[in-house]
Write a protein that binds this ligand. Structure first.
Ligand SMILES: *[C@@H]1O[C@H](CO)[C@@H](O)[C@H](O)[C@H]1NC(C)=O
Ligand SMILES: *[C@@H]1O[C@H](CO)[C@@H](O)[C@H](O)[C@H]1NC(C)=O
Ligand SMILES: *[C@@H]1O[C@H](CO)[C@@H](O)[C@H](O)[C@H]1NC(C)=O
Length: 448
């Protein structure tokens, strides 16, 4: 009997889907289920750009890449740095001397996030690990002199959080990339000698649960060898069964090909997209990387974050919320406070978020703004404004005599009465606790 089972298992694994290096095949791969269940993730933009900490993580490009350069950045450098100072000279000041991966992982855990995505390499090309293909432009040879990717990965996984890596395909100033670009991307020197060896190495070394690809838009997927890489990733890599990817694999791929869709940064659809998607957004509304002149008024407050999360999840999306740590390795306390607030809200209301599905209707605005999610036989009506009265009307749910309503965080069933004989209900609310997230969840059972 046992040997029959072993044989069957062996046969199944042998005949399991093999993906060929084309989008039709790659796009047919089911998304590993952990991702849809996770719903909430933390994005971390950390690199040499955190040292000037001015403008955004696009500092180098605005200062010396774009034509003409942005005077704001040129003047910042003239005022604050000696003449002739170059961007790579910022690297030794990226010290990470207070970086404690366990403290970061504790903060992420307390936020309720189920996955974390760290920039392994942003468009500046600096790797937060000792990449042999990024000589003297990585966090082990210079700056922190530590394996930031490896250290954070270990601490995050230790807390049962999935660990993902952001990787930029293009590098603004890499000489081989500039050469290929000049050749109209008809040559692939950068891809063959830098990008791919590094990317394969990164996957084998760190076994990421998620690869958040970016910087794809200047060249087609055929230049990046994206489909060849992904077929290896899905068929043979050490993460073939669990790895999740996004959709930035070449000009025109976003919102069309890959794993889940990001479409654009801060994508905010007005209905449920047909394909699994993720909204990435940043607590600092002006930057993903650390800014030294960040002001409170430029940040999302907690109720804004929670409303954004609820809307995203109602539309079937995952929510990836970004923080930019300092070059010293600290997560600014104001971000930490937001993350802990998010976690406190999820502790009570997470039942309506994790592993939920979009309901047949996403929202209604009656006496309060209501967003719906569902799971199993329950429907969740999340109120993102405090109802003006001690009752709230929901017009969409179709009740039965057996319908029950509770407020998450409060075990007592709430009294309700029908609005019409065949639809809607008025729920009598208890005193709503004044919680920092300012959103309350009604759980409805036995409704349609
Ligand atoms: C996390 O680390 C602690 C202390 O080193 C260890 O005891 C524990 O087993 C680890 N947990 C996981 C899930 O790896
Ligand atoms: C890149 O793609 C070409 C085919 O388009 C293939 O011959 C080559 O082996 C690939 N290289 C890598 C490193 O994936
Ligand atoms: C309710 O209000 C939200 C936010 O203003 C809006 O996006 C949505 O379309 C409205 N829904 C309905 C059903 O009117």
């Amino acid at each position: 009997m046992l040997s029959v089972v072993v044989l069957v298992v062996a046969l199944i694994s042998q005949t399991a889907a093999r993906y060929t290096a084309d989008w039709k095949s790659l796009d047919s791969r089911p998304l590993p289920s952990w991702y849809d269940q996770a719903r909430v993730g933390i994005f971390v933009h950390w690199g040499v750009y955190s040292v000037p900490g001015f403008g955004s993580e696009w500092f180098w490009w605005h200062w010396q890449g774009q034509r003409p350069p942005d005077p704001k950045y040129v003047n910042f450098m003239l005022k604050n740095y000696p003449p002739g100072f170059t961007y790579p000279e910022f690297a030794p000041q990226f010290r990470a001397q207070f970086f404690n991966p366990r403290e970061w992982a504790d903060i992420f855990k307390s936020s309720g996030a189920k996955y974390v995505v760290l920039t392994a390499k942003h468009h500046e090309g600096f790797t937060n690990w000792g990449s042999p293909n990024s000589w003297n432009w990585n966090s082990v040879d210079t700056g922190p002199r530590r394996d930031l990717v490896g250290e954070l990965g270990e601490a995050v996984r230790n807390r049962s959080i999935h660990f993902g890596l952001y990787n930029s395909l293009y590098e603004w100033f890499h000489p081989l990339y500039l050469k290929d670009k000049k050749n109209g991307f008809k040559t692939q020197e950068f891809v063959m000698h830098k990008l791919l060896p590094e990317l394969y190495n990164m996957v084998v070394r760190y076994k990421p649960d998620l690869i958040w690809s970016d910087g794809d838009w200047e060249a087609p997927d055929i230049y990046w060898n994206s489909t060849v890489f992904l077929s290896w990733l899905y068929n043979e890599s050490p993460v073939k069964d669990k790895v999740v990817t996004n959709d930035r694999w070449g000009a025109g791929c976003a919102c069309k090909h890959g794993g889940y869709y990001n479409c654009e940064d801060k994508f905010t659809p007005g209905q449920v997209p047909k394909h699994k998607w993720e909204k990435c957004t940043s607590i600092d509304t002006l930057s993903w990387g650390h800014r030294k002149n960040m002001k409170l008024s430029e940040l999302m407050d907690l109720p804004t974050i929670i409303k954004d999360l609820i809307r995203t999840v109602s539309y079937g999306g995952n929510y990836l919320l970004n923080v930019g740590p300092t070059p010293e390795g600290m997560i600014p306390p104001v971000f930490e406070e937001r993350l802990r607030g998010l976690g406190a809200w999820l502790k009570v209301n997470g039942e309506a978020i994790y592993s939920s599905k979009p309901w047949r209707l996403q929202n209604e605005n009656t006496t309060s703004s209501i967003w719906y999610t569902c799971k199993g036989n329950s429907v969740y009506a999340i109120m993102t404004t405090k109802p003006p009265k001690a009752s709230v009307q929901l017009l969409e749910p179709i009740t039965k005599a057996t319908t029950t309503v509770t407020l998450l965080g409060n075990p007592k069933p709430l009294p309700w009465s029908p609005v019409n004989p065949n639809a809607g209900l008025t729920v009598l609310l208890p005193d709503l606790p004044s919680i920092p997230g300012m959103a309350w969840t009604l759980k409805l059972d036995n409704i349609q």
